[in-house]
Design a protein around this ligand. Structure first.
Ligand SMILES: [Zn+2]
Length: 199
């Protein structure tokens, strides 16, 4: 039987919108239910879409502890009082860069850590601490989606932001949350169909 818990181990899961990241994370933590290993998942407060972590493609859900994205060090204090060695961080791209130091401390303390999120922003550029975390990971899982541009169906590695159905310009804010009252939507796109107007 494979070991689920690897001490001081970092795994990174990344891919564009609708690539199944949440489903992947939920499956990993569901496996723990059949072991006596305890796990906890954290997510940033900025992502107010769901109280927990839900997979769009299925009815799977996972409870998550909400942390202020500007203070990822609160993850360390939260864990102080828990008997838990398996830690997940979802939507890791929204945390400040201090998350990298927090994760390094968890690795030193022999936690098995799984970080999950977007590697690239809607601009197609490195997103928050994710690239630094992927670079430190012992195992990396790269997920792809299918490009939603009409009649494309190519593999998508990028996330397209649309506002009123039109590509969001480069200089619009880095973080906008879906269903926040604005009319923005996100969809996976291949490199050929990813549009970021510079005007
Ligand atoms: Zn395409």
């Amino acid at each position: 039987m494979p070991e689920i818990y690897k001490p001081g181990y970092l795994e990174a899961i990344f891919g564009p919108m609708k690539s199944g990241k949440s489903e992947f994370l939920i499956r990993m933590f569901n496996e723990l239910r059949y072991s006596d290993i305890k796990g906890v998942v954290f997510k940033p407060a900025v992502n107010t879409r769901e109280p927990g972590i839900a997979s769009r493609g299925s009815d799977m859900q996972l409870e998550a502890i909400i942390i202020d994205e500007k203070h990822p060090e609160e993850i360390l204090s939260y864990l102080e009082n828990l008997e838990c060695k398996f830690v997940g961080v979802d939507e890791a791209q929204f945390f400040t860069d201090n998350l990298v130091e927090v994760i390094e401390q968890l690795i030193q303390k022999e936690y098995h850590v799984i970080v999950c999120g977007l590697l690239l922003s809607f601009r197609g550029e490195p997103f928050g601490p994710m690239p630094s975390l992927v670079g430190r990971a012992h195992r990396v899982t790269r997920l792809t989606a299918i490009c939603e541009y009409p009649n494309c169906n190519h593999y998508a590695v990028l996330t397209q932001r649309l506002i009123d159905g039109q590509p969001s310009p480069y200089n619009s804010p880095l973080v906008l949350i879906e269903n926040s009252g604005l009319s923005e939507t996100y969809e996976p796109r291949c490199v050929n169909h990813h549009q970021v107007p510079k005007t």
